[in-house]
Write a protein that binds this ligand. Sequence first.
Ligand SMILES: O=c1ccn([C@@H]2O[C@H](COP(=O)(O)O)[C@@H](O)[C@H]2O)c(=O)[nH]1
Length: 241
Amino acid sequence: MIERPIIALDFASKHEIQNFLNKFPTNEALFVKVGMEIFYQEGPAIVRWLKEEGHDIFLDLKLHDIPNTVQRSMKGLAKMGVSITTVQAAGGLEMMQQAKEGLKQGSIEKDKVPQVIAVTQLTSTSQEQMQKEQLVQATLEESVLHYAKNAQKAGLDGVVCSAWEAQKIHEITTQDFMCLSPGIRPQENIADDQKRVVTPYKARELGANAIVVGRPITLADDPYKVYQMIKTDWRNRKNEQ
Ligand SMILES: O=c1ccn([C@@H]2O[C@H](COP(=O)(O)O)[C@@H](O)[C@H]2O)c(=O)[nH]1
């Protein structure tokens, strides 16, 4: 279980991230998500800097390519000392196996290989969209469960899914197979572009092992206050604030 909500640092520059993190106490060690937006602007230096600042890193680049390319790329990413990385489950079993292999080869500490989890169906995807646009005839839940099984078969550490699917995923895999859930909203009526949203409290009840929260925190007037409220809610305690 990852007890801290993972904050998605979806910003365009290091400067913007600095401004954002200045609103948190200096000694607050966070678990942050570095995604495509900031990584494509600042590169590996942003990961190194955040680590030096004392934060844990979820590097969410959602790799999806031929197995050899993914293996070699993961080897490089492992050298950055990140905690968790991602691939797209749609890339297939061999690609996922090679992702894990690359991380093992590139890991700076042999007993601390970064975890790799597979994106099933994006939390911004609805069943209708999936069936029409991907021509998948299964239900969204069947598709997510199928990808989760494949990910475990390939030796991955878990999946990215909506918390709505977490319980069933644990039933067909194992309890320690990570269900990391974005699409978290303190109020379900403000979803932005997300389709399968869950409150932090409900996500815990549904069996998610970790939550990722972006805009509800990054766009808040007082991000630290919102972060604390989400953290309390996620730990399944009554929010007294
Ligand atoms: O299925 C997925 C996979 C990844 N994400 C990422 O999580 C955050 C969510 O941000 P919000 O602002 O809280 O919506 C974002 O960085 C996505 O790239 C996801 O949402 N769904």
